[in-house]
Design a protein around this ligand. Structure first.
Ligand SMILES: CC(C)(COP(=O)(O)OP(=O)(O)OC[C@H]1O[C@@H](n2cnc3c(N)ncnc32)[C@H](O)[C@@H]1OP(=O)(O)O)[C@@H](O)C(=O)NCCC(=O)NCCS
Length: 216
């Protein structure tokens, strides 16, 4: 790539001082000159992986969950105060249960080795064996609006479809407009509202029920 540049601008683009000085002299002598601008050094790409966390990585689950309860306290039925009292054994056993798909599963978004988001699903059996409830949808604030939740939801949806679930449902607190918009974009439809379902510090919140069919 060739560009026409004058001294100081050249020095910003060329890394080597020697080359910069030579090019700068040349530029001053001729006022303007054609110089070869090398391509910028390769940037480290952010690598996103959607993974299941093995039980040995329970501390990362704990950190993400406790962070979510602090950054978005209104989004959850649980509170930071109660979750911060859980024993390490409890976090470990929760991850073990989801690792084994025992009535629930969780997927995590890992960006360059850091866990930045999650999505989960829970299910039962009998007449509800075809229904999975989506839970724990969360991405760290600094990683939002980059499509990470969409990647997580797409992954878990395929996973649940392979397991023959045909209906997904979820509950979203009415104040969580980001999440509501997100679910709508993915084809979830609002089918009901549980009024005054949550009570926190004297304030009620509604929960919206949404569902999406995978066989349509
Ligand atoms: C909801 C949440 C998970 C979305 O995560 P995200 O990684 O930022 O979402 P994505 O980047 O994949 O966004 C996908 C789409 O969702 C919608 N969306 C996401 N955030 C939005 C916002 N702040 N406002 C409006 N629409 C939004 C948009 O349609 C977006 O597509 P676009 O970026 O092409 O417009 C995230 O905001 C979050 O963790 N919120 C707090 C926790 C929470 O409320 N969880 C839900 C519990 S039920």
């Amino acid at each position: 790539m060739f560009e026409i540049k004058f001294g100081l601008i050249i020095s910003e683009r060329w890394g080597s001082q020697v080359v910069v000085r030579r090019r700068f002299r040349k530029a001053v002598e001729r006022k303007f000159t054609w110089v070869r601008i090398p391509p910028p050094p390769p940037q480290m790409e952010n690598q996103l992986d959607i993974i299941k966390l093995p039980p040995s990585r329970w501390a990362e689950l704990k950190e993400l969950r406790l962070t979510s309860l602090q950054t978005d306290p209104d989004a959850w039925e649980n509170t930071y105060t109660s979750a911060s009292l859980y024993s390490d054994e409890l976090w470990k056993s929760r991850l073990q249960t989801s690792w084994d798909d025992q009535g629930c599963t969780n997927f995590f978004a890992e960006v360059n080795g850091k866990i930045v988001g999650t999505v989960g699903a829970i299910w039962s059996g009998g007449k509800l064996a075809h229904v999975a409830t989506i839970v724990s949808v969360y991405v760290l604030p600094e990683y939002r609006r980059q499509g990470i939740s969409e990647a997580l939801m797409s992954h878990i949806t395929n996973y649940l479809q392979d397991k023959k679930f045909i209906k997904l449902k979820l509950f979203v607190v009415s104040s969580q407009t980001n999440a509501y918009e997100f679910y709508k974009k993915l084809g979830f439809k609002e089918v009901g509202r549980l009024e005054k379902e949550l009570l926190s510090e004297g304030k009620y919140s509604d929960e919206i029920i949404m569902e999406r069919f995978l066989d349509e």
